[in-house]
Design a protein around this ligand. Structure first.
Ligand SMILES: [Mg+2]
Length: 113
């Protein structure tokens, strides 16, 4: 079994732009389904967000409500991820690379872990 640390904004949900409020986020259902399947298979899925880390606003209730409404299965939801510009990590994957989309068929593949 593996442990997955998964970001929220821009990863399992999308926004009109980078300054759009969090409560206007829209779920990316295929990605949520992907991680739900991993969860159901017994893997540890931890969602970790930097919501509020820069502003100091507590987004925990809103975020929990959104994940519940979107049907996000999880081991844990954690806030408090630092606000950052670059994440340098030998085990990290960029989400757009992780969910490779075939532009001709619309099929989504994931990289092999
Ligand atoms: Mg993000």
């Amino acid at each position: 079994m593996k442990t997955y640390i998964v970001d929220i904004d821009g990863t399992i949900c999308t926004h009109d732009n980078r300054t759009a409020p969090y409560d206007e986020a829209r779920p990316i259902k295929a990605r949520i389904e992907f991680f739900n399947k991993l969860y159901e298979a017994g893997h540890t899925i931890i969602y970790w967000t930097a919501r509020g880390s820069y502003s100091g606003v507590d987004y925990s209730e809103l975020t929990k409500k959104q994940l519940d409404e979107w049907g996000v299965k999880r081991t844990d939801l954690r806030l408090g991820k630092p606000s950052y510009d670059y994440w340098i990590d030998d085990r990290a994957h960029n989400v757009e690379d992780f969910f490779m989309v075939d532009t001709e068929t619309g099929e989504t593949e994931t990289i092999t872990l």
